[in-house]
Design a binder for this molecule. Structure first.
Ligand code: MSP
Length: 651
């Protein structure tokens, strides 16, 4: 059994939780759930960072003690995690007495190595970052993140970090995936190559911190205190939990605090004679409707509000699906609603409804015998491939890839329903035993696919996936990842609750003034506009005549739109995922966004020019073109009846 330990940063208690905090916690909780479903022993820790000048100053402003302030601001984090189904094994607070004891132990270990010496600190300090900066690092007289700095002169203990530069570099060279994504490891390697400086690790000008052992008037630098939480939460060196989980840890953090984690923390551990963490993963930052979030702008995304309105599961799904973990992301309520209506309601929810509806109609809600159906080969093969893709994606913390892989099964399952036409089998089964047997097989395969999807999504949509598995009456022993390797494990004869609430009700798109407006369209190059106008004034001649062999070159096919979202970089374009009867769904960028919202087109059967040479449209490859009439807001997709299967030739 693999042992794994996941941590989030501990959050400062000077602010209420926002989407940035929720993001790391949701991602960490998802990993924890996933590896538990895989049978691993997993520990998850989060908490609050409660010492330092920043907190002391915030408390002073409200006229309460720093501890009262910390109590007041730590609680909302716990409450939010409860609400978002984030379930840590340990919520640590740096004001906990057992944490403080471990910090002092680490200090003494470093001191025993001769790595701590008394000196005088003179330089720039930013309270906002709780960090020291050299003159060169300042940007327009402020810290690189824009916080005020002040000149500090005080006696201070220093950590001989310079001693560990070579060892750290050697470690980075032999552990190429220590910091992920890889670009961040390169950043750290270049930084360490420049040589490490000793750092100041105590302060005397305020008192809200852990006192330096045996040194009056000094408190331990807040980052030494905070980083130690990762081992103090295990009881510290030598404790049972520590022996089990350290150093099998992945620290999940935001990209802004990578230097503390990938340089300071390993050096502290080396000095204390302790093993270094296995991995550090730095994720990107969220913006809101294309803008940096800030309290002054009042555009900070409040997870309570969003998850309260749409549900904690879909909020989790959105943040993990929308961007690759490591890249920056843009939150928009419209984008969230698009995913709810598209991926969840029309995709996952619709497959669930269809299947249960048919099971109720044709088999009284009882899962029939599996039987043979060669038409199911593609579905089974896709499921087997996704098993592998999923575990690889999760090992890479590529949540968006994992979800895309899962959703590819939904697309294939939808196609399986359409191509099996259970409604026709049902018509014939009274007189045709083969049709009866086939209908059994189709319904069984769909229920089994839903069970597997339910298990796979337990980590990403904990409540919804549980509700789905409960409705299917899936026993506990079939709710783990190992059981999904065994297509056919679901027991025939199981009675399913075919009636119940919709898993993913559709939501209304927020009105224009509720959601922040979309980014303005990139201005079209002027000469082209003029050209277009000129052309309109003078009717264009009809295209030249072609003969049939020219027409026959076109591969026109029926395609079904299975997912749709806005193109991230082009207002007039929707990025569509269509089933065109190929082994894999394809991506089409279609200029219909002025006329259709993403959720309006999902489920439509349209006509695709399938052999148009692939083309990159504003960074996204498009594999074909959909036929439409009109232009701009009056664009209308050419559609065909839904009973024409995807892939059917149009001529
Ligand atoms: N207390 C330190 C961490 C100590 S860990 C030993 C701290 N706290 S914080 O509350 O300021 O930030 C916590 C996390 O939130 C950081 O990982 C930071 O990257 C993340 N985020 C803050 N704003 C964010 C976004 N807008 N988007 C994504 N994450 C961001 O730093």
């Amino acid at each position: 059994m693999t042992v794994r330990y996941f941590t989030t940063p501990i959050y400062y208690v000077n602010d209420v939780p926002h989407i940035g905090h929720a993001y790391t916690s949701l991602a960490t909780d998802t990993l924890t759930r996933w590896y538990r479903l895989c049978g691993d022993e997993v520990r998850f820790q989060t908490g609050t960072d409660e010492h330092g000048l920043k907190i002391e100053q915030a408390a002073r402003k409200t006229g309460i003690s720093p501890k009262e302030h910390a109590d007041r601001y730590s609680a909302p984090f716990r409450k939010l995690w409860d609400f978002l189904d984030v379930v840590p094994d340990k919520f640590i607070r740096t004001t906990d007495a057992d944490h403080e004891a471990v910090v002092c132990d680490i200090w003494r270990r470093m001191e025993a190595q001769g790595d701590i010496y008394l000196g005088k600190y003179e330089g720039w300090y930013s309270v906002g970052d709780e960090a020291y900066f050299t003159e060169d690092e300042l940007v327009d007289g402020k810290s690189p993140s824009g916080h005020e700095v002040s000149w500090v002169v005080e006696p201070s203990y220093f950590f001989r970090m310079s001693k560990y530069g070579d060892r750290l570099l050697e470690f980075l060279n032999t552990h190429p995936d220590f910091v992920r994504p890889a670009s961040r490891q390169n950043e750290i390697v270049s930084f360490v190559k420049q040589g490490l400086q000793d750092i100041s690790i105590s302060r005397t000008t305020f008192s809200w911190g852990i006192p330096v052992p045996d040194a009056d008037g000094h408190v331990i630098y807040v980052w030494v205190d905070a980083l130690t939480n990762y081992i103090s939460g295990l009881g510290g060196p030598g404790a049972e939990l520590y022996n089990k989980f350290w150093p099998h840890v992945t620290h999940l953090i935001g990209k802004d605090i990578i230097r503390f984690h990938a340089v300071y923390w390993p050096c502290i551990l080396m000095s204390a004679g302790l093993p270094l963490p296995e991995h550090i993963f730095a994720h990107g930052w969220w913006r809101h409707d294309g803008e940096k979030m800030s309290k002054t702008k009042g555009n900070v995304v409040d997870p309570w509000k969003i998850a309260g309105k749409y549900g904690p599961d879909v909020f989790r799904y959105f943040v993990l699906r929308e961007v690759s973990f490591g890249a920056d992301g843009d939150f928009s309520e419209k984008g969230l609603c698009g995913r709810i209506n598209g991926d969840l309601a029309n995709g996952y929810g619709n497959l669930f409804n269809r299947t249960l509806g048919m099971l109720a109609r044709y088999r009284n809600g009882v899962v029939p015998n599996p039987g043979e159906d060669e038409n199911a080969a593609e579905l089974k093969q896709r499921i087997a491939e996704v098993q592998r893709e999923l575990s690889q994606a999760m090992d890479e913390l590529a949540f968006h890839k994992a979800l895309a892989a899962i959703w590819s099964v939904i697309a294939v399952a939808d196609k399986y329903v359409d191509s099996s036409a259970p409604w026709t089998l049902a018509k014939n089964e009274k007189t045709d035993a083969a049709a009866r047997q086939k209908l059994d097989a189709v319904l069984y395969n769909l229920c089994e696919t839903l069970r597997i999807l339910g298990v796979w999504t337990l980590a990403f949509l904990p409540r919804k996936a549980k509700a789905l598995l409960d409705r299917l009456n899936v026993p506990e022993d079939l709710r783990n990842v190992a059981s999904t390797l065994n297509f056919g494990a679901f027991k025939a004869g199981t009675t399913v609750q075919t009636e119940g609430e919709a898993l993913f009700p559709r939501v209304e798109m927020p009105a224009e003034n509720e959601a922040t407006p979309a980014a303005p369209a990139a201005p079209a190059p002027a000469p082209k506009k003029a050209e277009k106008k000129a052309k309109k004034a003078e009717p264009e001649p009809p295209p030249a005549e072609i003969d049939f062999s020219d027409f026959a070159k076109l591969d026109l096919r029926v395609a079904k739109i299975i997912a749709a979202e806005r193109h991230p970089d082009a207002d007039r374009i929707l990025k569509l995922t269509v089933d065109a009867g190929d082994p894999e769904p394809r991506t089409i960028c279609s200029g219909i966004a002025e006329a259709y919202a993403p959720e309006d087109v999902v489920g439509r059967s349209v006509i695709l020019v399938a052999n148009l040479a692939p083309r990159k449209i504003r960074g996204i490859m498009s594999y074909g073109m959909l036929l439409c009439g009109g232009e701009g807001k009056t664009t209308t997709l050419a559609t065909v009846p839904a009973d024409l299967k995807p892939g059917t030739r149009v001529s």
